[in-house]
Design a protein around this ligand. Sequence first.
Ligand code: ADP
Ligand code: MG
Length: 329
Amino acid sequence: MNEFDIIARHFKPLAKGPEALSLSDDAALIRLENKTLAIAKDVLIEGVHFRPDDPPGAIAKKALRVNLSDLAAMGAEPMGYLLGCAWGGGWGEAEIAAFTAGLAEDQQQFNVALLGGDTTTHDGVSVLSVTIIGDMKNRPALLRSNAEPGDDVYVSGAIGDGWLGLRVLNGAADVLHMNSDQKAYLADRYHRPRPRLALAVALCGVARAAIDVSDGLIGDARHIARQSKCGIEINLHAVPQSAAAEDWLAGSQDEERARLSLASGGDDYELLFTAPRERRKEVERLAQDCGVAISRIGAVVAEEGVCVLNAERDHIEIAHAGFEHTTAT
Ligand code: ADP
Ligand code: MG
């Protein structure tokens, strides 16, 4: 059973109010008298979401940034966070000091502060959990469910670098030939996602639907399509790649499969969003003002599902669209 089936079957019945958005968005939205809070939570497990030999400061930044990315997916501004730590063996005070130093740097960069949490130790691997709280500042939230046929589909930054970065850190054969600058760049993309907070805030009221790309572009596009009850067409060749990823593509045996891997790998933490075609100029100007590159990669269509097209606009069959956690059945 995958994580989405588990959530739909076992957790959705527990979520009663409109605040939970049916457990189908990047954060819950709690409407108070004069403000709306966005609240999200992510769990990171050693060996799954970070590597045992990742530097503690980098692990801390990733834990915070993946949550900031969920706030960005709603268009919320960060307020504070709670941190749950279950430290495994191997984490002593020096590691925890390096971990909190990483958090301190990011707190300053993202204007957010610790509110509380829980600290435990055990014999297993380290597990971290951040609950983050943001303020919508009375802007309309960017929901997964608002896309409409005819919308343009955009993504920020470059796609696939986080996935390639993990391959670099794991010493995968297909990245061994890359030069040390490229490897360092890709590893950094894996360790330090760039939550697109400023862009998302600017897009509130202009963009229609948004999600942050955490599990793979194609799989996450599916979430917007499903929640909006429409379809998304993605032009695979329009999906943006960094110079390092372009080099990797150039050395691949099957370029189309390689592009699909980048578009389903995950760990991007870029913003995938839709916006009405008439607002194209405005969207481009807003992104430029924020200093964030965006690429128009496709369109929202009426027919449900996600359809990936090659350069000839032929439909490509997809075996694996994104990362999914599974349990025994
Ligand atoms: P994201 O990748 O944006 O963090 P997920 O794919 O982890 O989102 O989760 C999808 C949705 O399901 C989110 O709305 C999340 O809040 C909800 N969700 C996931 N796990 C649980 C859980 N154990 N209890 C309640 N809600 C959950
Ligand atoms: Mg998300």
